[in-house]
Design a binder for this molecule. Sequence first.
Ligand SMILES: [Zn+2]
Length: 423
Amino acid sequence: MELPIPDLLIINAAELLTLSYGLSTEDKEAEKKIGLIREGAIAAKNGRIIAVGRTEDLVKSLRVSKDTRQIDASHKVVLPGFVDPHTHLIFKGTREKEFLMRQQGIPMQRILREENTGIISTVRWTRKATFDELLDETGLHVSSLVDWGTTTIEIKSGYGLNLEEEIKMLKIARYLGNYTPLNVRATLLAAHIIPPEYHMREEKYVELVVEDIIPIIAKNKLADFNDVYCEKGAFTREQAKKLLQVGKKFGLRPKIHADEMSDSGGAEVAASTGAISADHLVYTTEANLKKLKEANVVAVLLPITTFSLGLERYAPGKTMEEMGLTVALGTDYNPGTSMSPSMPLVISFAVIKLKLTIEEAILAATINAAMAIGMEKEVGTIEPGKRANINILKIKHYEEIPYRIGENYVETVISNGEIMKGG
Ligand SMILES: [Zn+2]
């Protein structure tokens, strides 16, 4: 029988985290959970993984040609590319002034009276930018995420807030998915906030989203999901429910910003509309967590947002894990409340503030995050058949990931078999 010839071969990884229980060669339960293989190797061809195992065994099972790119990962940790299931990374301009004022304890109402503050200013700048200008700026944000090992990204609209501008944003998300090696899912977030031109006419805006924006975005296949910011000052639970149900009718699976600043009913809406994920969940109750679990909704936690806002209360990650919920982690990358592209930093926060174990946090940043965007069959683990999304870290043990806070030890980033950093 002819042996397969891979075009990419990674060998000698001190610790290969496949995130696939069945592939582990170790005995400890924690190590099985992350599918640990010592002295691990991965072979890939045409952007897909074709074999995974111990280096010794794997190299015997295939043939190397002059076209095979070999990477020696001795003394390094190898794991799947990170999956960031919650970002708002298409935007123009930054809001550092507002960030600094907030840290000084100046109340939000006063900050919002200043020029160039709040979501509205981002909406204004983003609307003004041409497609090409916005694509250029977005490219810079995406490069920062890749630099930290993210290869799969969910991207929301929500700074356009009218049909034309939401289309512009979602076309950029689709462009990134089609013309880069990254794996991208797009989410319509027309219900981010009420745009200024609809001030005191909230129901009119909901009507616009329901009757125009959702149907046209869905018809043109510009989004995979439909999201609502359910919170005081944004959209009520009744509005959220209606918006998500209409989206569902048009084939857009619901997602929701739920219970970020208060128990706003968002988790309940997620459970009752069959949302794929409920995100933030800082103020949600245990009764609501039960409903999320029963409805199989993934809990997406965004601890850097809490930190960046200078707040003390974090989402109850440990309780969620104990209750058996699927917990995922994301950056929430956005210019207002989380200007951080780093999934390794999110993992540090998950361990320090959400009290997740290191293994839970790594699962949450990869395969569970893939579940939050419906990509678990394609990304999030290192298994034959999956897309070759692989990170090589310049550390010897996976336990160092949360411990080296804010250090970028991500040396090589591979997405769909293409090397995007290092190599
Ligand atoms: Zn968000």
